[in-house]
Design a protein around this ligand. Structure first.
Ligand SMILES: Cc1cc2nc3c(=O)[nH]c(=O)nc-3n(C[C@H](O)[C@H](O)[C@H](O)COP(=O)(O)OP(=O)(O)OC[C@H]3O[C@@H](n4cnc5c(N)ncnc54)[C@H](O)[C@@H]3O)c2cc1C
Length: 469
C-alpha cells in the first residue's frame, strides 16, 4: 500500500497551522494554496524535521529583493544574493518550504539543462554555441556538486545510465555517446546488454546503455533543507504560508499581496517553477506548460531481493522512452521509479497512473512484482515551449527576473540557475549572457489555451512510438 498523506511524518514547520495537502492541485485551474502540508513523498518521510523558518508574513513591509518560491531555485538565488552580492532577500513561499517539485523529484542530479540532448543543441544553435553552452552547463553542474559536498544529503555519485528500452534505440544512444565524447570531451561509454546486466543492473527490457560519468543522486529535501540553513545563517528571511495572491507595480515598486500583508519590493525574482499560478504576472502568462510527473518507492529491499532482482548499482538510470522512466536504488535499499502522470490535476489519483509505474518496474525487474509500494506521489514539472530553460529579465524596464523551464531536469541545474538569477538581479555583467538560455525571455505558444488537448494526443502518439512502432 502506498503511504497516505497522514502516514508521512518528519518534515514539518511549527511556525503556522498547516492546511490539508491537496492531491488534485493543478496550477492551471486551482487557487494558490496557503500553508499546505507536504505531498506524501519518501523524501518528506525521511528528511527529519524541517529547519527553522521565519513564519508567515504578518504585516506590510518594504524589502529590496523578494523571491517568490522556496524550491531549489528560490533558495539558491537567495543564498547566492547573500553570499556573493551582500543582498539579503526575503523569500515568499505559498506552502511549506521546498513544497513544490523540490520535495517530490527523483533526486537525479544530471549534467543537463532542459529537455534537449547535446546533439540537439548543435542542430539548433550550431557547434560553437553548443560548445559554449556545454561549458556553461558543465560549470553549473560542478558548482552544484560543490554545494552537495557541503550538505549531508545522502549523495550517491556514480554517473548516469541511459538505457535503450528497445534494441532499435541503441543507434540513437551510440550517436549521443559519440557526440558527447568526440565533440564535448566526455568520458562516455556504451555498454552491451550483457555488460549492463553483469556489472550494473539486470533491467530485462534494456538492450544496452550509455554510461556517462557525470551524475549524483541526492536526497533532494535534505539538500534543500541544507540550502535553507545556509541562507538563513546569512540573514535571508524565509516566509512559508505566504502565497503571493496579487501583484501591482506602482512607480516601479512591486506590491506583492500575501494574506498577512503587502510586501513592497524594489526587485522581484520569480522561482515558482511548474507551480506558477495563472495570472501571477503578465510576463509569465502561458509561458510555462506544467506537466504532471509520478513517482513511487518500494519498501527497502533485502540484500537477497536485490541480488535476485539483479540490482547491483546505485547509479541512477533513465530510459530512452519519450515519456521516460527514471529509476534508482536508494541508500536504504528502496527502489524508486517515476514517469509521466495524468494531463490534469483532477485525474491525478486515477489508479491507472500508478499502475503505469508498477508495470514499468515489473517489466524491468520481474522479481519486484510482489514487493509492497511504500510511497507514491506526483508533482508539476515546468516545461518551456522550446524545451530549454530561461534565466531572464523579460522586460528591461521592470525589475522582474525569473528562472524557469527546466523540463524535469532541475535537481542540479536549478542551483546554477539560482546563481545566475542572483547575478541578473544585481545587474552583474558576463560573457555568458548571450547564450540561448539567457538572451531571450520564455517563448509563448500560439495555441496556449488548447495545449492540454494537444498534450493528451501527444501522449497517445508517444506511447505508440515508444512501444509499438
Ligand atoms: C515527480 C518528479 C520527479 C522529478 N525528478 C527529477 C530528477 O530526478 N532530476 C531532475 O533533475 N529533476 C527532476 N524533477 C524536476 C525538479 O524537481 C525541478 O526541476 C526542481 O525541483 C525545480 O525547482 P524550483 O525551485 O524551480 O521549483 P519548485 O521546487 O517547484 O518550487 C516552486 C515553489 O513556488 C511556490 N509557489 C508557487 N506559486 C507561489 C506564489 N504565488 N507565492 C508563493 N510561492 C509560490 C510553490 O509552492 C513551490 O514550493 C522532478 C520533478 C517531479 C515533479
Amino acid at each position: 500500500m502506498a503511504a497516505s498523506p497522514e502516514a508521512v511524518s518528519g518534515a514539518v514547520s511549527d511556525t503556522f497551522k498547516e492546511s490539508a495537502y491537496d492531491p488534485l492541485y493543478d496550477p492551471l485551474v486551482s487557487k494558490t494554496g496557503q500553508g499546505q502540508a507536504y505531498a506524501p513523498t519518501y523524501w518528506v518521510g525521511t528528511a527529519g524535521p524541517a529547519p527553522q523558518d521565519d513564519g508567515p508574513i504578518r504585516a506590510d513591509c518594504d524589502v529590496d529583493v523578494a523571491i517568490i518560491g522556496s524550491g531549489f531555485t528560490g533558495l539558491a538565488t537567495a543564498l547566492n544574493l547573500a553570499q556573493e552580492h551582500g543582498v539579503r532577500a526575503v523569500v515568499l513561499e505559498a506552502n511549506h518550504t521546498a513544497w513544490g517539485c523540490t520535495s517530490r523529484n527523483g533526486g537525479q542530479g544530471q549534467n543537463a539543462s532542459g529537455r534537449l540532448y547535446r546533439s540537439q543543441w548543435i542542430q539548433r544553435w550550431g557547434l560553437e554555441t553548443a560548445k559554449r553552452l556545454d561549458a556553461e552547463i558543465r560549470g553549473g553542474f560542478e558548482y552544484w556538486k560543490s554545494m552537495v559536498a557541503g550538505i549531508d544529503c545522502d549523495a550517491q555519485p556514480g554517473g548516469h545510465l541511459y538505457t535503450a528500452h528497445r534494441a532499435k534505440k541503441m543507434a540513437f544512444l551510440e550517436n549521443e555517446a559519440r557526440v558527447m565524447k568526440e565533440v564535448f570531451g566526455y568520458d562516455t561509454r556504451m555498454l552491451s546488454r550483457a555488460e549492463l546486466h553483469e556489472h550494473y543492473v539486470r533491467d530485462m527490457e534494456a538492450a544496452g546503455a550509455l554510461l556517462e560519468p557525470d551524475g549524483v543522486g541526492v536526497h533532494p529535501l535534505k539538500l534543500a533543507f541544507g540550502y535553507i540553513r545556509k541562507a538563513r545563517a546569512l540573514g535571508v528571511k524565509i516566509h512559508p504560508a505566504s502565497p503571493v495572491l496579487g501583484w501591482e507595480t506602482i512607480n516601479g515598486v512591486h506590491h506583492l499581496r500575501t494574506p498577512g500583508g503587502v510586501v513592497r519590493a524594489r526587485r522581484v525574482g520569480v522561482a515558482t517553477g511548474g507551480y506558477t499560478p495563472q495570472g501571477l504576472h503578465p510576463s509569465l502568462s502561458n509561458k510555462i506548460m506544467p506537466i504532471l510527473s509520478n513517482s513511487m518507492v518500494t519498501r527497502p529491499l533485502t540484500a537477497q531481493e536485490r541480488e535476485e532482482a539483479g540490482l547491483k548499482t546505485t547509479t541512477f538510470i533513465t530510459d530512452t522512452r519519450t515519456l521516460r522512466f527514471y529509476y534508482r536504488l536508494l541508500p536504504d535499499g528502496s527502489m524508486q521509479i517515476g514517469s509521466r502522470s495524468s494531463v490534469t490535476g483532477s485525474d491525478a489519483r486515477n489508479p491507472r497512473h500508478l499502475q503505469l509505474l508498477k508495470d514499468g518496474l515489473y517489466r524491468k525487474f520481474p522479481r519486484l512484482r510482489d514487493i509492497p509500494i511504500a510511497y507514491s506521489w506526483w508533482g508539476w514539472v515546468d516545461v518551456s515551449h522550446d524545451m530549454m530553460p530561461r534565466i531572464a529579465q523579460p522586460d528591461p524596464t521592470q525589475q522582474i527576473y525569473y528562472a524557469f523551464g527546466y523540463g524535469g531536469n532541475g535537481v542540479s541545474f536549478s542551483s546554477h540557475a539560482g546563481r545566475r538569477l542572483a547575478e541578473r538581479i544585481v545587474g552583474k555583467g558576463g560573457k555568458h549572457w548571450d547564450l540561448p538560455i539567457y538572451n531571450s525571455p520564455l517563448p509563448g505558444h500560439l495555441f496556449a489555451p488548447f495545449r492540454r488537448l494537444g498534450q493528451a494526443m501527444f501522449y497517445k502518439y508517444y506511447y505508440l512510438r515508444d512501444e509499438i512502432f
